[in-house]
Design a protein around this ligand. Sequence first.
Ligand code: ADE
Ligand code: ZN
Length: 330
Amino acid sequence: MKGHNVRELPKVELHLHLEGGAPPTFIKGLAREKHIDIGGIFNEDGSYRFSDFWNFLKVYEAACTTLTGPEEFRRLTLAVLEESAASGVVYTEAFLSPDFCGGRDLGAWREYLAAIEEAASEAERTMGITLRGIVTPIRHFGPEKARETAICAAETAGDFVVGLGIGGDEKAGELKDFAWSFDCAREAGLRLTAHAGEWKGPEEVRAAVRDLGVERIGHGVRAIEDLALVDELAERGTVLECCPGSNVALGIYPGFRAHPISELDRRGVKVTINTDDPPFFHTTMAREYEMLNRAFDWDDGQFRRLATQALDAAFCDADTKAKIANLLEA
Ligand code: ADE
Ligand code: ZN
């Protein structure tokens, strides 16, 4: 049913970078407050300016220089969750980066995390959205820094910090060099995901499963280039955190109709719908739903099935899942 209002449906998001959710006006405001010159990262219309993925990473890091302390992260978290809640998101897992929260110092990280959690509690009370965190090393910062990040994750694992991921430049280094960090997190009871199969092909998806033992893959869409792998992912129940609007904005696919999310779903892979870095890619969860509805004629039933599939794959505890499940049925 085309044109139907799928924007209203309750949504679950598993792949959102907290800093990547920063509205450009928010970052611009902080830069002005702090007299930080990052003018070059904005277009004249106020949107973020970048030419490709690698330049996007630079712009992202420049934007993060305005996030100078826990208070900035408290405000950021509220701003991001406000946008998500406006899209109908009732549960979200956000990637949190100790690299940008006190340079991976454990004491500093605890303070940043407390501020993020304070904002999450406020958002839960006032906006009805639940947040959990996935601590995320940045691949192009290298395995050494990733170890420090994993220690931050392991030391703060609990009800709020529920996972470890890895993002950044997929073409930098090899995933197996990060195995220590993933083992450390696993031993602390954290659940695991890794960006793979966004900028590299099926082999990188295999490496994430084989070398890091992840149960979810960030993107993973390039698995479609190897149908034996697709069957394997379906059989294992590996969950793909698909971000169609992000992939289209960064030029991996020319449009939503060319995005493999629908074929992966048809082939039995557990796909989910996510925004990645919504203001950078001019998207929201509501827009992702609308574009998928138009591209593949997906209806309410399909979106509800995928939201339940995402909740099943969430890293939070069973009580939280039960509470969110009630909201999905509403
Ligand atoms: N960090 C923020 N967005 C990312 C993406 N799409 N891929 C890898 N790392 C990221
Ligand atoms: Zn991502």
